[in-house]
Structures are given as structure tokens and as C-alpha cells.
Design a binder for this molecule. Structure first.
Ligand code: DER
Length: 235
């Protein structure tokens, strides 16, 4: 199987949790895209009905509305039955890194008020510890004095333990701007962060920080698609 086929297998399996009448958090990214396509297909086939989707990004809003999935928001539906979303990393305790697609704030808001949060990944996302893939832990920050905030984020970790980079658009080097009009500082860690909650809380105490991409203790169900088939982990 290709990586995308694995993503699709995990996504389709997650959609089996969807029942008619549910209010669903719709994730963002290439794995969640498959789940949203599948939900649209089942609605069209009449195998699902009365679904309301709460999109976690403008990108997902566009995909879901093009599929005819009725959409709403948290103001109208402050409690959701189920959210399905991908992740950039999953550690053995089901803590996640999310946000490499830039949607972490809305994802965390929406996935934080679901009865069940099903995470769908291919096996390449499994790590021993958060940051262990050597890829970024994203932090959404206000554009005002972002350099100052990036410096403050770095100073939370011992000398040299963390590199902070402003996320820019590859095509023109301009800062990436989130759906909420903010910037993203990508943090790269040389070693295990250790106490994720303490690190996350310290980040959030910085006034310029809006939210970080560590989803601690939020996932209720993990579906992993790998060469060995599907595995499930319940929290
Ligand atoms: O940016 C995000 O939060 C995405 O959900 C990301 O975590 C997973 O994206 P992928 O399914 O395209 O790998």
C-alpha cells in the first residue's frame, strides 16, 4: 500500500463510527480529507442522514460544502458527538502533534468538545516521544512582535534544545497566515521535551502565544493503518 492508501484505509474505518444524526468535527489534512469524502459518499447513497459537520479549517469547510455536507459551527453546537482528524505525530500515550497544516487552533477548539475524538494515521506518524520525528511542533502566535515571542518560546527550553522558525510560504517567503490571521512558529526539539503539559502551559503563558500544536490527553481512539493492517488503541 502507498502512504495515501493507508491514510484512506484508516479514514474509512473511522467513518464506521459515524451514525445518522451526529454532529461531527471534520478534521483538516490529507488523511481527514478521505474521511470527509467518505461521509459525503454515504450521505449521497442515503446510508447516512442528518449529519451536521463542524469544519476545522476553511479548507475543510470548502471540501465539505462541495460534498453537500450540512455545516455549522461551535456557537450553534458547543458539544459534538464525534471528531475525526489526522495527526502529524502520535506518542505511546496517544498525545498528538498537530498543526503542520496550520489549522491547530480551530482543530483544538473543536476536538476539545467532542464526546469521541478518533485520530487516523498511517504508521509513519508513530513516534516514541512528541517532537521525536524531528519535524515541527507548531505554535500559533499573534503577528505583533513575533520575533520576540519566538525568542521567548526558545528560552523555555535549555540552551540549544529548541530551534524556533517562522513558518513561511515556500513560493515567496512571506509569513504563512492561519485562518485566524495569525502566524505559526515551528519549534524543533533536539530531545524529548519531557513533561508535555508543563511545556505546553509555559508556552500558553506567553502573551503572544495563541495556542500550541500538542494535543495532550485529547484523543479517545487511535486508528493506525500500516503494512501489517489496522490497529486500534483506546485511551
Ligand atoms: O495540520 C493538521 O493538524 C493535520 O491534521 C495534520 O496533523 C495531519 O495532516 P495529514 O493527514 O495530511 O498528515
Amino acid at each position: 500500500f502507498t502512504q495515501d492508501e493507508l491514510k484512506k484505509i484508516a479514514a474509512y474505518k473511522a467513518v464506521e463510527y459515524v451514525e445518522s444524526g451526529m454532529v461531527l468535527g471534520l478534521g483538516t489534512g490529507s488523511t481527514a480529507k478521505h474521511a470527509i469524502d467518505r461521509i459525503g459518499e454515504l450521505l449521497r447513497e442515503g446510508k447516512l442522514a442528518d449529519i451536521i459537520g463542524i469544519p476545522t479549517s476553511t479548507q475543510t469547510h470548502e471540501q465539505a460544502s462541495s460534498l453537500g455536507i450540512p455545516l455549522s459551527d461551535l456557537d450553534t453546537h458547543p458539544v459534538l458527538d464525534l471528531a475525526i482528524d489526522g495527526a502529524d505525530e502520535v506518542d505511546p500515550d496517544m498525545n498528538l502533534v498537530k498543526g503542520r497544516g496550520g489549522s491547530l487552533l480551530r482543530e483544538k477548539m473543536i476536538e476539545g468538545c467532542c464526546r469521541k475524538f478518533v485520530v487516523i494515521v498511517d504508521e509513519s506518524k508513530l513516534v516514541d516521544y512528541v517532537g521525536g520525528s524531528g519535524l515541527a511542533v507548531p505554535v500559533e502566535v499573534v503577528p505583533f512582535c513575533w520575533k520576540f515571542t519566538a525568542q521567548k518560546l526558545k528560552s523555555l527550553f535549555e540552551e540549544g534544545g529548541c530551534v524556533a522558525k517562522l513558518r513561511v510560504l515556500p513560493e515567496n517567503g512571506e509569513p504563512f497566515v492561519t485562518d485566524n490571521g495569525n502566524f505559526i512558529i515551528d519549534l524543533y526539539f533536539k530531545r524529548d521535551i519531557g513533561d508535555l503539559r508543563a511545556a505546553g502551559d509555559a508556552m500558553l503563558r506567553l502573551a503572544g502565544v495563541v495556542e500550541h500544536g500538542m494535543f495532550i490527553d485529547m484523543a479517545t481512539t487511535l486508528i493506525v493503518a500500516g503494512s501489517f493492517g489496522l490497529t486500534f488503541q483506546l485511551h
